[in-house]
Design a protein around this ligand. Structure first.
Ligand code: NDP
Length: 450
């Protein structure tokens, strides 16, 4: 079966690829399994050197990777460059982590007890289409650092950057079979990885619906899973905040990557006393978002990933919204920046839109803000805008969410843990925390009796 890969900004084909089937998935797992004993035995210094070489190759080929990603996902080239830079930093970080991920010695009667961190074996990495290379690196870096071998399945809509990354792994000197890129349908090869008895763990990012299937499928072989799923994050703006700054940055917290971001702050909660002023400033800031050709340095928002996805996003906007932006004429899966005044019970405030649609919701006071922010099945990210430091910490602790920023809208950093509460999933990516998801703790007791 052939797969046609499309540029979402032109709707034109950009590549034709062979799609893998179940037998190819089995062959990829077999290659990874065969490569595992030698890879786990690579001494830390040498494994770190290979990861560092991979990071350097990502830097050296950064512009090419960014162009591939921009064209395949329809994301602005400036954003794609930033993402590729992060990919290099991720591999540098995990190169440095290889020999800092160690065990403990534990007091025990009659001998010595120690823990070791052992690799899991073959891990299956299932990656979505919104940040294909970034999310692949968040899983690949810690998986390789811990000594696992990998089968990486990109989304069928966006396989091109993962294929190039696979080539760079070989060029870096990572032995054949350690990293296997498998292009095929999630329901076929993804499902096979989940079922396969030689796959020890699935690292998954995607929809909550497929996340459930991963958990169900993994139960048969008691596979480890890390799930990074959907979000419906709140951007909470208190009256004592720098309102101008909060309003100016709020559009980028939800329309970045055309809203196709699990961390999108797609519920903007505003204290009622500043609601009208904030909404006015938010509309003006949203009007300034530059939507258009992703290959231009000046573009801030591109199209959605597919026609099907655009129809889903459109279904969330029923009446006249508070604001609807412009989009280019002609081909491309365009959808305008849209602001909707809502209550938290509306569908647009409860479900993940995964498009450039933000729900603006008033709140009365701090307790009301916390109640509304937590009134969602998700708990991935969020922001708090206030000049009151005590309130910032109080609210940050009260929100049921994995990642929070105060007076900022960032969610991911190479060195800090990233992941969700509630139905946004479990397990942590990035930072030293990610290593826990790609290793098992082994306890060894040695008797010192003579
Ligand atoms: P999916 O969850 O369907 O896709 C994510 C990955 O899982 C892809 O690689 C996909 O493969 C794979 N997959 C799909 N079905 C299976 C299966 N049965 N077994 C194993 N792997 C599978 O997300 P969509 O791409 O369909 O997007 C749907 C919605 O999910 C979005 O609108 C958004 O709400 C949410 N989403 C959230 C993301 C996040 O970052 N949290 C990322 C992407 C989507 P393939 O596509 O090749 O079939």
């Amino acid at each position: 079966m052939t797969l046609t890969v499309v540029d979402p900004s032109t709707e034109q084909p950009i590549a034709e690829l062979e799609q893998a089937g179940v037998e190819d998935a089995d062959a990829a797992v077999a290659r990874a399994r065969a490569a595992f004993p030698a890879w786990r035995a690579v001494v830390p210094r040498d494994r770190a050197a290979l990861l560092r070489r991979l990071a350097t190759l990502v830097e050296e080929n950064g512009e090419e990777l960014a162009r591939i990603e921009s064209r395949n996902v329809g994301k602005p080239i400036s954003g794609a460059r930033g993402e590729v830079d992060m990919v290099a930093q991720v591999f540098h970080f995990y190169a440095g982590a290889v020999d800092k991920h160690h065990g403990e010695t534990i007091p025990a009667a009659g001998g010595v007890a120690a823990t070791f961190r052992e690799p899991l074996g073959v891990v299956g990495l299932i990656v979505p289409w919104n940040f294909p290379l970034n999310i692949a690196s968040w899983k690949l870096g810690p998986a390789l650092a811990c000594g696992n071998t990998v089968v990486l399945k990109p989304a069928e809509l966006t396989p091109l950057s993962a294929l190039r990354l696979g080539e760079l792994c070989v060029e870096a000197g990572i032995p054949e079979g350690v990293v296997n890129v498998l292009v095929g349908k999630g329901s076929v090869v993804g499902q096979r990885l989940i079922e396969h008895s030689d796959v020890a763990k699935i690292g998954f990012t995607g929809s909550t619906e497929v996340g459930r299937l991963v958990m169900e499928g993994a139960a048969a072989t008691i596979k480890r899973v890390t799930l990074e799923l959907g979000g419906k994050s709140a951007n909470v703006v208190f009256a004592d905040a720098d309102v101008e700054k909060a309003a100016a940055s709020a559009p980028y917290a939800v329309f970045d990557n055309a809203g196709q971001d699990c961390c999108a702050r797609s519920r903007i909660l505003v204290e009622r006393s500043i609601y009208d002023r904030f909404l006015g400033e938010l509309v003006e800031a949203t009007r300034r978002v530059r939507v258009g050709d992703p290959s231009l340095d000046t573009t801030e928002m591109g199209p959605l990933i597919s026609s099907e996805h655009r129809s889903k996003v459109a279904s969330f906007v029923e009446d006249d919204p508070a604001f609807r932006g412009d989009v280019p004429d002609g081909p491309g899966f365009w959808f305008p920046c849209t602001l909707v005044e809502a209550t938290n019970d509306d569908r647009v405030a409860q479900e993940e839109v995964f498009g450039p649609v933000a729900a603006v919701i008033p709140f009365e006071d701090e307790a009301d803000a916390i109640r509304i922010a937590n009134d969602t099945p998700y708990g991935l990210s969020g922001s708090i805008w206030t000049r009151d430091g005590a309130r910032a910490l109080r609210v940050a602790r009260a929100l049921d969410t994995g990642v929070i920023s105060v007076n900022a809208n960032t969610s991911v950093r190479v060195q800090t843990p990233f992941g969700g509460f509630k139905q946004s999933g479990f397990g942590r990516e990035l930072g030293m925390h990610a290593l826990e998801g790609y290793s098992e703790v082994k306890s060894v007791y040695v008797s010192t009796d003579g």
